[in-house]
Design a protein around this ligand. Structure first.
Ligand code: SF4
Length: 104
């Protein structure tokens, strides 16, 4: 198992360090840091998985084979046009959904 910690999401609840202190340390304000490179041997998997599942803000993420390690998903370049924008240019889907739920 391989994990990463998104420190920008951590809210300092400290649950991870309680469950898996060998993998998470807390700073003076209670915010977590990952100890090591995120590789978790099978024997430690239950404790780390519990930390991952109990993190209230989902700041601990399980990595999968071939997935690049970075803190945040890549953001589109400002001004770049996505496939969605191409398809409906003016967020027509959102307008359509609104009409399907009158009164909301
Ligand atoms: S459980 Fe989640 S929110 Fe709490 S300290 Fe750990 S990573 Fe941060």
């Amino acid at each position: 198992m391989r994990i990463r910690l998104d420190r920008t999401m951590c809210d300092g609840f400290g649950i991870c360090a309680k469950h898996a202190p060998e993998y998470f340390s807390l700073d003076d304000w209670g915010y977590a840091s990952l100890i090591g490179n995120g590789t978790v041997p099978e024997a430690d998997r239950p404790a780390v998985l519990r930390a991952l599942l109990d993190c209230p803000v989902h700041a601990i993420i399980e990595m999968h084979e071939g997935e690049p390690v970075h803190d945040r998903p890549s953001q589109p370049t400002p001004g770049a046009v996505s496939a969605d924008d191409d398809a409906n240019g003016d967020h027509a889907d959102a307008v359509r959904d609104e009409r399907m739920l009158p009164g909301l």
